[in-house]
Design a protein around this ligand. Structure first.
Ligand code: PGA
Length: 226
């Protein structure tokens, strides 16, 4: 089973989210190749909008094989933390949470210690953490179920890292046993298949190419049906 995760980052208005959900749902339901992958349990699709739009995308979570995720989660427990979005807030709205994305590490100063707290908070709320690492310099808490390797040089640059280099990097990371290993960074429909063909790569984290429902579904179609 491969994860195909769409990270919309700080994109889309309320209207654009509604349009994406409508277009994606129609295309997903009428795509026999995608339906066969879903029915065979070969792919799990996760859509991660901004916190503000989590409730707008809920109709997606009633479709087979599709879940909703958040792009972050507070390291705090509920209480006096103005502006924080806690695990409790997310319960019922997100089954997964992206944690430690390099943009959060750079812009919101989230370090390994904060990321470890966020992983803990997610798990306490029965939300599955998807921990992003930039490379072997970022620590992976034990028990982290999904790790997404996203080299900064590849994010949003058009320079996706070749599969052999991704696998070299994987070997140097202290991955917990049983953790799923994902790649992210400038993956497009024409390059997705090269990663997904590898039994060593359990899925993809997609930024730019997830903003358009057609290109996101085109990536889902590259999951091998065998
Ligand atoms: P990108 O983003 O696909 O636009 O490079 C990936 C990510 O940052 O998760």
């Amino acid at each position: 089973m491969k994860y195909i995760i769409g990270n919309w980052k700080a994109n889309k208005s309320v209207d654009e989210v509604g349009k994406w959900v409508t277009e994606f749902t129609e295309a997903y339901q009428s795509d026999t190749q995608v339906q066969s992958l879903i029915n065979s349990n070969l792919v799990r699709i996760i859509v991660c909008p901004s916190f503000a739009h989590l409730s707008l995308v809920q109709p997606l979570s009633s479709l087979q094989g599709i879940s909703v995720g958040s792009q972050s989660i507070s390291a705090q427990k509920p209480g006096s933390h103005t502006g924080e979005v806690t695990g409790e807030h997310l319960q019922g709205l997100a089954e997964f949470a992206i944690i430690g994305h390099s943009e959060r590490r750079a812009e919101a100063h989230e370090d390994d210690q904060i990321a470890a707290e966020q992983v803990k908070r997610a798990q306490e709320s029965s939300i599955t953490p998807i921990l992003c690492i930039r490379g072997q310099e970022d620590q992976i808490p034990s028990g982290t179920p999904i790790v997404a390797f996203e080299p900064v040089s590849a994010i949003g640059t058009g320079s996706n890292m070749p599969v052999d280099e991704v696998l070299d990097q994987k070997n140097q990371c202290a991955l917990p046993d049983e953790a799923a290993f994902l790649y992210g960074g400038s993956v497009k429909p024409d390059t997705a298949g090269t990663y997904l063909q590898s039994s060593e790569i359990d899925g993809l984290l997609i930024g730019g190419a997830s903003l358009d429902p057609a290109s996101f579904l085109a990536i889902v179609r590259t999951v091998s049906s065998s």
